[in-house]
Design a protein around this ligand. Structure first.
Ligand code: HEC
Length: 247
């Protein structure tokens, strides 16, 4: 009888640990990044997507480059971060609705569907539309390949401005994207085929989003030299991880 109880207790502990894993980002988003830049980044992405669905020619170019799946996946991560952020409500965004609309948008394959889904994204950005569940697993927000492409895209933008810092504060939203993608990377361990290597994945992902969080703080403080040194150091972890898990 005692043994059964112990087993049941262990089971309950394990089950609650799993549900905690699903219920939130691998770190406290309120400490990692500001709600303001999360909101700004989501709005920028929605504007970019507006251009991508402006006409058939633009749309087919965007689809070829997987821009819709990539940018909508990024919005989904930003939105979930806003859902969990202590200042998320104050942004005026319907964050749960934004996340759900962005996920639908990321999967669309036709211009008409993408246009309709983007309309819901924009409505949620202005605080309207249907609301969704607060909880959402972080490994089901963005496709990993698209996430990696966004690392490159945002990395390129930041590399340019950090070479000759100008209006650095405007780039806190770019750093915010990298923070939330780093959180999604830590949560999405499906590329780790050898489970003994899980701690390495976790370590490098964690180091990456923590560094991006520091980068965001340095950028907001207008400290270009500090931002550049954090950025350059963090980019070395790209190769370290690729050597073990990609190549
Ligand atoms: C924690 C591990 C990890 C880190 C850190 C990481 N990557 Fe990756 N990356 C992967 C894996 C695994 C793949 C292969 C899976 C895929 O593409 O879906 C990959 C694939 C890529 C690809 C896809 C195209 C290709 O050449 O195969 C690009 C681009 C990329 N990463 C860029 C980056 C950049 C830039 C950084 C740093 C800012 C980075 N990655 C950091 C694990 C990582």
């Amino acid at each position: 009888m005692k043994r059964v109880l112990v087993c049941l207790t262990l089971f309950a502990v394990a089950a609650s640990a799993v549900s905690i894993g699903v219920a939130g980002a691998p770190a406290d988003v309120s400490k990692a990044v500001g709600a303001k830049e999360l909101a700004a980044a989501a709005k920028t992405k929605a504007e970019d997507l507006g251009k991508a669905v402006a006409n058939e020619a633009a749309y087919s170019r965007a689809m070829e480059n997987k821009i819709v799946a990539k940018d909508a996946g990024v919005i989904a991560c930003l939105a979930q971060a806003l859902v969990e952020h202590k200042d998320g409500e104050a942004s005026g965004i319907n964050a749960t609705g934004l996340r759900d609309a962005a996920i639908v948008l990321s999967r669309t394959k036709k211009l008409a569907d993408a246009t309709a889904a983007l309309k819901n994204v924009n409505e949620a950005l202005s605080g309207k539309g249907e609301k969704g569940e607060k909880d959402h697993p972080w490994n089901k927000l963005v496709n990993m390949h698209r996430m990696m492409e966004e690392f490159e895209f945002q990395g390129g933008k930041l590399r340019r401005v950090l070479k000759r810092p100008r209006r650095l504060e405007n780039y806190s939203e770019n750093a915010a994207v990298l923070v939330v993608l780093g959180l999604a990377m830590e949560a999405d361990t499906h590329e780790v085929k050898d489970k003994a290597k899980l701690p390495q994945w976790t370590k490098w992902s964690k180091e990456y989003h923590q560094a991006m969080s520091g980068l965001n703080t340095a950028i907001k403080a207008g400290d270009g030299a500090k931002a550049k040194s954090i950025f350059d150091a963090a980019n070395e972890s790209c190769e370290t991880c690729h050597e073990v898990f990609r190549d």
